[in-house]
Design a protein around this ligand. Structure first.
Ligand SMILES: NC(=O)c1ccc[n+]([C@@H]2O[C@H](COP(=O)([O-])OP(=O)(O)OC[C@H]3O[C@@H](n4cnc5c(N)ncnc54)[C@H](O)[C@@H]3O)[C@@H](O)[C@H]2O)c1
Length: 255
């Protein structure tokens, strides 16, 4: 990806940081956007430590103004944009859908679904004007099946999957490919925080994966890099499941 400019929304931790570093290893200049200033700056330090070039811009993925500012900085610094991972998301506490309140629903949708739409609304014209490229939206296996007590998050991720297909067909003849990566559990800070709070869920969560473990963030980043690169030049509107066998596993008989 030498000569290409990449952007990772939510690049300040976990999968986002791993994606920043993986894109830079492939030669891209990488813009890191994140709501968390210290995480974003830390990702930038890691990027520079491995010899990469990039910059950090503080931004909330739910804000059109912030997204436009990120794209302006990207254009000013590097002259265009070719590859994006829209990685940030906001979940809710685990609870039955009848117990979710309207604010929780709206906050989750505001970042996880509306935020991805807002990002693409402004990213697509810039990528097209830069000669084309690819967007990878991070969805989840939660968007592909029924998920207990995660109704808002699952609906938002299902929305990201449908939205990405709509963008893929709108831009298929305009030089921009749009795909999703649908991870299973990832060993990121967010997931570790959740499992530390509810240790009774750790073994069940690992066991839900046919491989019996969570993904390393780098394993998700590799899938993002593939979908951003020319190696996937004929792939658009696709949902790449990277889940260690969550969806394929039947829980009826345990090995
Ligand atoms: N962790 C999992 O098990 C898992 C499973 C399936 C899908 N996913 C998805 O993978 C993606 C990455 O997850 P992760 O666990 O690596 O995340 P993480 O919590 O480790 O990091 C997410 C980053 O996004 C940033 N962020 C949060 N809200 C933001 C906002 N409004 N604007 C800008 N930045 C914001 C955070 O500051 C953080 O740096 C998310 O879309 C998540 O829904 C995660």
């Amino acid at each position: 990806m030498r000569g290409k400019v990449a952007l990772v929304m939510g690049g300040g931790a976990g999968t986002g940081r791993a994606t920043v570093l993986a894109l830079a290893r492939e030669g891209a200049q990488v813009v890191i956007a994140d709501i968390d200033e210290s995480g974003g700056n830390e990702s930038l330090e890691c990027l520079r430590a491995q010899g990469g070039e990039g910059l950090f811009v503080r931004a909330d993925m739910a804000s059109a103004q912030d997204i436009q500012a990120v794209l302006q900085r990207t254009h000013d610094a590097f002259g265009g944009l070719h590859a994006v991972s829209n990685n940030a998301a906001l979940g809710t506490l685990s609870k039955p859908l009848t117990e979710l309140d309207e604010d929780e629903w709206d906050r989750c949708m505001g970042v996880t679904l509306r935020g991805v739409w807002l990002c693409m609304k402004y990213q697509l014209p810039l990528i097209e004007a830069s000669g084309g490229g690819a967007i990878v939206n991070i969805a989840s296996v939660s968007g592909l099946r029924g998920e207990y007590f995660q109704s808002a998050y699952a609906a938002a991720k299902g929305g990201v999957i449908a939205l990405s297909k709509a963008a893929a067909v709108e831009y298929a003849r305009r030089g921009v490919r749009v795909n999703t990566v649908c991870p299973g559990g990832i060993r990121s800070g967010g997931m570790e925080f959740y499992l530390d709070k509810m240790p009774e869920l750790r073994e069940k969560t690992l066991n839900a994966h046919a491989m019996g473990r969570l993904a390393e963030p780098e394993e998700i980043a590799d899938a993002v890099v593939y979908l951003c690169s020319e190696k996937s030049s004929f792939v658009t509107g696709h949902d790449l499941v990277v889940d260690g066998g969550v969806l394929v596993r039947s829980n009826v008989i345990d090995a």
